[in-house]
Design a protein around this ligand. Structure first.
Ligand code: KE4
Length: 433
């Protein structure tokens, strides 16, 4: 039954009276894919239900957190119980160490961590720590990687590979952007050149070990190891931004999957079970620089919030207790879904390549391969927009941008996956104009 969006359109108009673009985060406005964004009323398992009563199979899962599906009973019960004792104290609770202990059990590279309320805070704080620990001020990031919206990370590549960045957003001063080198992903030589051009000046390299924010782009064989070796040799810290990959591509994230030990790790999304929760952590000799122990100031009113801790403990606890079933299930079902749609695109004569690591994946409308931001940017984003709208009309809600990763949850059934592949058959016919 085709989707109608009458009430959603009215809600969008009302929202635009109070919120810029009617949203609290730009991607939700559907500008990258066109069409009107449905307004969600509730989620349950693999499904979202909008204000008009339409049901959608959800493949973005709140951009990653909802790995157990929506309203998963362990998380709902834990949040309900915690909320009955008040939502926030601004004082220490046992639950913070409870969740920290679970996270550290899954991430042996983390001796200590600190909770914050967003991935942006986590990466911003980790970079401040790296600068203090190394007494250096420049940082390296990679084109196509997104680490939240702190000024120094909203930076585009400069004119030359080893030249400092230019602002990637209005309001970011050149002076701040010039402290960041934005290099091509999956190019170890570019990192060598940057350090050669700026010896003993670079505090850290921050990387999405599996890129999700240009669409899904896996690391080339040996690439992460090269980052580890170069940063070790140059006295810079390696920061794995696992906000998306943590507890997603493996219980221990990309560092477990690829066998790399970073100096600092940032986490988010899944560790809060859908509530505002993120973290940064790593070697104790670095983390102990944080106030109140050391000179690096970092703070947050709602850091370690008891409801977020309860949701995180329920979610992470479930994943760790059932890791031997959960991750193989997500792997096999994701393979069936991604492969099924790629096969349909070949039958439809639509140029498509897919990248997947576990249950995070992206279908790119390009012959491919997609190995970095430049090759991702060759995708036919108009075709992706037509595909997205055609899938939404059939009750399948994909991430609303070609340059985002899609996710599967443990709640998605094979019936959901087969229904999605059927919907793609029809949607792909609308892609070809
Ligand atoms: P937040 O500040 O949005 O909690 O986290 C920032 C962040 C940091 N690191 C990585 C690898 C991330 O993917 C993110 C946020 N991801 C985007 C979607 N890809 C959030 C969605 C949005 O901005 O609305």
């Amino acid at each position: 039954m085709p989707v109608t969006l009458t009430l959603s359109k009215a809600l969008q108009q009302r929202a635009e009276r109070f919120l810029p673009g009617g949203v609290d985060s730009p991607a939700r406005a559907f500008r990258a894919v066109g069409g009107d964004p449905p307004f969600v009323e509730r989620g349950e398992g693999a499904y979202l239900y909008d204000a008009d009563g339409n049901r959608y199979i959800d493949y973005f899962g709140s951009w990653g957190p909802m790995i157990l599906g929506h309203a998963s009973p362990p998380a709902v019960d834990a949040i309900r119980e915690a909320a009955a004792h008040s939502a926030s104290f601004g004082a220490s609770t046992a639950s913070e160490a409870d969740l920290a202990e679970l996270v550290i059990k899954a991430f042996p590279s983390i001796d200590k961590l600190r909770f914050v309320s967003s991935g942006t805070e986590a990466t911003m704080s980790a970079i401040r720590l790296a600068r203090a620990f190394t007494d250096r001020k420049f940082i390296v990031k990679f084109e196509g990687c997104y680490h939240g919206h702190s000024d120094g990370l909203l930076v585009k590549a400069g004119s030359g590979v080893a030249t400092f960045g230019i602002p990637g957003s209005a309001g970011v001063p050149d002076e701040i952007a010039h402290l960041t080198l934005a290099l091509p992903y999956n190019d170890a030589q570019a990192v060598e050149d940057a350090f050669a051009a700026h010896p003993k000046e670079i505090a850290c390299v921050i990387v999405e070990p599996v890129v999700g924010n240009a669409g899904c782009i896996p690391p080339a064989p040996g690439y992460l190891q090269a980052l580890r070796e170069i940063t070790n040799r140059e006295g810079a810290l390696l920061i794995f931004d696992e906000v998306m990959t943590g507890f997603r591509v493996a219980a221990g994230g990309a560092q477990e999957l690829y066998g790399i030990t970073p100096d600092l790790t940032t986490l988010g999304k899944i560790i809060g079970g859908g509530l505002p929760c993120a973290a940064f952590g790593g070697r104790a000799d670095i983390m102990d620089l944080l106030a109140p122990l050391g000179p690096v100031y970092q703070a947050g009113t709602l850091s370690g919030n008891p409801l977020a801790m309860a949701a995180g403990i329920a979610t992470v606890g479930h994943l760790l207790e059932h890791r031997d079933e959960v991750y193989p299930l997500l792997e096999s079902r994701s393979e069936a879904l991604v492969g099924g749609i790629v096969a349909e695109s070949a039958r439809a004569g639509v140029a498509m390549v897919a990248n997947r690591v576990g249950s995070m994946f992206t279908w790119f409308f390009t012959p491919g391969p997609v190995t970095d931001y430049d090759s991702a940017a060759k995708s036919d984003t108009a075709a992706f927009g037509r595909f997205h709208r055609a899938m939404l009309e059939q009750g399948v809600w994909l991430p609303c941008s070609q340059f985002e990763a899609a996710f599967l949850s443990t709640a998605h059934s094979m019936d959901d996956i087969n229904q999605t592949i059927e919907a793609a058959k029809l949607a792909l016919s609308s892609v070809k104009v």
